[in-house]
Ligand binder design. Structure first.
Ligand code: FAD
Length: 391
């Protein structure tokens, strides 16, 4: 007897286990009640609503993948649905969870020692501390593997980090940031758990963003930042180890893209049933129905693809190209959908209070982060042809 989403047209949510559906519905109700009323104002002011964090961290959203924080058996498909559910309310809030749970906790979960996992994962899961993930730099985005310039120089039993990072989500208020840097010893990429309070670490908010305005992104500078050996991610010894984290998180961005599309779609459906033109609600007009049908088809095809990819993650058979296909396809479908929904509102589609403009603007960042559409398409292309076409 769970209330379902009308936008889940083929009823995929029914495939979740009972305890997962129960948790998802509780999250849906919580987000409607406690988060939705805040987001338009927060977006307008480009501020993060910190007051939502204690309530959010009470839900099983963080650390399903790691034994240290496991709160029950939750599948990757459930994890995907939670990303959809949050993005349906606001894509920035879904991004906060993606950074905390996927990128920050994922880096430690995949690459940390047993001691590092035991020390950091429970605190990140409960929200006692906040994490961020610093890979991208001012001069390297898509070519993060080859272009990484931040250096890690051995110093006694630790390392000294120098360089700069750009676009780092949560980093203006995080307690720790995972910093990826190239060893001056062997040229390999290594990962470090860097407390933001370390001398030489500076995070400055990127202002005047016009997409995901609630997410706080930072430019980071690292000037002779010393990290102890205990803060060096034990198993991170090459770029592949950073990429292993992205493999886990990329499908969740695809799920968040579906939620972003659904957020706009639900507002558009409601609007077309109220707005009257030519003597009847615009829902009566054939071309308006076509906008809504195309939107729902995009959403439905995307849920089907993501369900399969997340099942493969649960089964341990998901490869890079599967997650990349989902990310590239679903963000492209999202981008078309939010535009169709914006169109269905006419002029009001560009006003924040009509609840489509925010999704329309936020879609642009989801389309480009965690690998642009082109880069994810090239990962699929490499799987098709056996030839890497990046360089
Ligand atoms: P570029 O790499 O400069 O690309 C520009 C264009 O060129 C794109 O269209 C791209 O597809 C195309 N292009 C580049 N190379 C090729 C090629 N070989 N073939 C074809 N096309 C190509 N990073 C983090 O480390 N941590 C974070 O928390 C984080 N959060 C983010 C949040 C937001 C809101 C945004 C916008 C970004 C975030 N990022 C983060 C960075 C994000 O991952 C990068 O923006 C993304 O990887 C693209 O890099 P870029 O912006 O430098 O674009």
């Amino acid at each position: 007897d769970f209330p379902t989403l009308a936008s889940d047209f083929l009823g995929f949510e029914a495939d979740l286990a009972d305890h997962e559906r129960e948790a998802l519905v509780a999250l849906r109700q919580h987000a409607e009640r406690s988060i939705r009323p805040l987001v338009n104002d927060a977006w307008d002011k480009a501020e993060f609503p910190h007051e939502i964090l204690p309530g959010l961290h009470e839900h099983p959203l963080f650390g399903q993948l790691w034994d240290e924080t496991r709160t029950g058996e939750y599948s990757a498909v459930y994890g995907g649905w939670t990303a959809l559910e949050l993005a349906r309310i606001d894509a920035s809030i879904a991004t906060y969870v993606g950074v905390q749970n996927g990128l920050a906790m994922g880096s430690i979960g995949v690459n940390g020692s047993a001691e590092q996992k035991a020390e950091w994962l429970p605190k990140l899961a409960s929200g006692e501390i906040i994490g961020a993930f610093g890979l991208t730099e001012p001069l390297s985005g898509s070519d993060a593997a080859q272009g990484l310039r931040t250096t890690a120089t051995p110093d006694g039993d630790g390392w000294v980090l120098n360089g700069s990072k750009r676009w780092i989500g949560n980093a203006t208020f995080s307690d720790i940031t995972i910093i990826w840097a190239k060893s001056t010893e062997d040229g390999q990429v290594k990962g470090f758990i860097v407390p933001n309070a370390t001398p030489g670490f500076t995070a400055t908010k990127i202002e005047r963003k016009q997409s995901l305005r609630i997410v706080q992104n930072a430019d980071i500078t690292l000037e002779n930042v010393r990290v102890d050996a205990a803060l060096t991610l034990e198993k991170a010894n090459s770029f592949r180890d950073a990429a292993a984290v992205l493999r886990l998180t990329r499908a969740d961005v695809a799920w968040a893209a579906i939620g972003t599309a659904i957020g706009a779609y639900e507002a558009a459906v409601a609007y077309t049933k109220e707005r009257v033109q030519f003597g009847k609600t615009i829902a009566h007009h054939q071309l308006v129905q076509d906008l809504l049908s195309r939107s729902l088809m995009n959403i439905t095809a995307s849920i089907a693809m993501c369900t399969r990819v997340s099942r493969m993650q649960d089964a341990g058979t998901q490869r890079d190209e599967h997650a990349s296909m989902a990310k590239a396809f679903c963000t492209t479908a999202m981008r078309e959908t939010v535009a169709l929904c914006r169109e269905a509102l006419g002029g009001n589609g560009i006003v924040l209070d009509y609840n489509v403009a925010r999704f329309h603007a936020d879609a642009e960042a989801l389309y480009s982060y965690e690998g642009t559409r082109e880069m994810n398409s090239l990962i699929v292309g490499r799987a098709i042809t056996g030839v890497g076409a990046f360089v």
